[in-house]
Design a binder for this molecule. Structure first.
Ligand code: CAA
Length: 260
């Protein structure tokens, strides 16, 4: 793993589960260009590491991330932004093949909320707050907020959040389907790792194909999504994990998946 300044990477935080912690605590983990570059590179390395099956991304208790770094963007022109093209980094993150779990405590705002939503699942502490407050600084979400939040919680709620910058509590976020679950703050990381461990026991081949297929639901119409799902289902039968999983069921034993 490369040396990183703004993230901490533990490839085997527990068996088959990697942990990336955003680590700019004084700035509430504001996502500057360097941090996002480090995150992209770390995810790429972990995605290619056969020993890793699930990746947990967290911040700290006070903040998952309070958004893109406003101080870094403040003096930029539209043409600067076009050249820097900071959100192209996010396209790479979205391409991560292994399941990503965001463990969110405290602020998940702007790019922080967008990063959590780029992950596949969100485990939140009861102190978590989600929001797209960009409108309050004269801009709008730029890393998927208008699209992912709308798909997750519906147009009316998303529109209100994006147009007023109002925050949503963890309780509301759970009620509206943005997150998987809420736990007391001292347990949010444990809970995320518990979920990761459960997924890490499954066939990594099937998990990858299933993640792709679920994501297709957001990217295409139903016919195309069903066709894609079916192809991935059939492709599972090219894996040793499929044989192992089905044989284990028939033989009434626990399967040992190898990701092959
Ligand atoms: N960028 C840069 N610095 C940030 C930051 C951000 N997004 N969020 C917080 N910080 C810094 C603060 O400037 C402060 O630094 P100093 O101590 O040097 O002044 C430090 O983190 C602590 O923050 P506060 O003192 O403001 O803490 P607070 O508890 O009073 O308030 C907060 C917390 C409500 C989250 C407030 O910091 C805040 O409103 N932050 C900005 C949230 C925001 O607008 N995010 C969207 C950014 S734009 C974006 O994300 C675009 C996109 O689509 C990707």
């Amino acid at each position: 793993m490369h040396t990183t300044e703004f993230i901490l990477v533990t490839p085997q935080a527990q068996p088959h589960v990697a942990h990336i912690q955003l680590n700019r605590p004084k700035e509430l983990n504001a996502l500057n260009l360097q941090l996002m570059g480090e995150l992209r590179d770390a995810l790429k390395i972990l995605d290619e590491d056969d020993a890793v099956r699930v990746i947990v991304i967290s911040g700290n208790e006070r903040a998952f991330a309070a958004g893109a770094d406003i101080k870094q963007m403040a003096g930029k022109t539209a043409i600067d932004m076009l050249h820097i093209d900071q959100f192209s980094t996010w396209d790479q993150i979205r391409k991560t093949k292994k399941p990503l779990i965001a463990a969110v405590s405290g602020f998940a705002l702007g790019g922080g909320c967008e990063l959590a939503m780029t992950c596949d699942m969100i485990v939140a502490s009861e102190t978590a707050v989600f929001g797209q407050p960009e409108i309050k600084i004269g801009v709008m979400p730029g890393a998927g907020g208008t699209q992912r939040l709308t798909r997750a919680i519906g147009k009316a709620k998303a529109m209100e959040m994006v147009l007023t910058g109002k925050f949503m509590t963890a309780t509301e976020a759970e009620k509206h389907g943005l997150i998987n679950r809420i736990v007391p703050v001292e347990l949010y990381l444990d809970e995320a790792f518990k979920l990761a461990a459960e997924i890490a026991e499954m066939s990594p081949v099937a998990a990858r194909l299933a993640k792709e297929a679920v994501n297709r639901a957001f990217e295409t119409h139903l016919d195309e999504g069903l066709y894609f799902e079916r192809k991935n289902f059939y492709l599972c039968f090219a894996s040793e994990d499929q044989t192992e999983g089905m044989n284990a069921f028939v033989e009434k034993r626990k399967p040992a998946f190898k990701g092959k």
